[in-house]
Design a protein around this ligand. Structure first.
Ligand code: ZN
Ligand code: ZN
Length: 120
C-alpha cells in the first residue's frame, strides 16, 4: 500500500477493500460496496470529492487562460541569451497573473533552439 492508495481509502470498502459504488444523486447518502453490500456514509466523502473537483477546475481554467493569452499576444524579439544553447535572441511576451501580488511574468522562447524560460 503506497501513499497514493492510502490517500484514496475513502473510495474503498473498509471490510473487503472493493471499490465502492458512489451514487450520482445528491439525495443518496450512502456509497455501497458491490461485493459485500456494506454501506458508507457519503457525507464527508462528498466533501472531499467537491474540493477535489474545484481544484481541478481551477487548474483547467488557469491553463485555458494561458492558451488564450498566448494566442493574443504578438511575439516580440529581444536580445536575451539562451541558457541552453547560448543563442542571443528570444521572442517574449508578458502576462499579468490573476493575483495582483504575483506580479507580471515575462516568458521567453529562444529563437535558436525553442527553449522556453521565464522571468518575474
Ligand atoms: Zn465490501
Ligand atoms: Zn536556445
Amino acid at each position: 500500500m503506497g501513499s497514493y492508495s492510502r490517500g484514496r481509502d475513502f473510495l474503498f470498502c473498509q471490510l473487503c477493500g472493493t471499490m465502492l459504488t458512489i451514487p450520482f444523486r445528491a439525495s443518496d447518502k450512502y456509497a455501497q460496496c458491490p461485493l459485500c453490500n456494506a454501506k458508507r456514509n457519503l457525507k464527508h466523502i462528498r466533501g472531499k470529492e467537491i474540493s477535489y473537483k474545484i481544484s481541478a477546475e481551477d487548474i483547467r481554467r488557469e491553463l485555458g487562460i494561458n492558451i488564450i493569452d498566448e494566442q493574443k499576444v504578438q511575439l516580440s524579439k529581444v536580445n536575451k541569451k539562451c541558457d541552453k544553447c547560448g543563442h542571443g535572441e528570444a521572442s517574449f511576451y508578458t502576462r499579468q497573473m490573476r493575483s495582483a501580488d504575483e506580479g507580471q511574468t515575462t516568458f521567453y522562447t529562444c529563437l535558436g533552439c525553442g527553449f522556453q524560460f521565464q522571468e518575474n
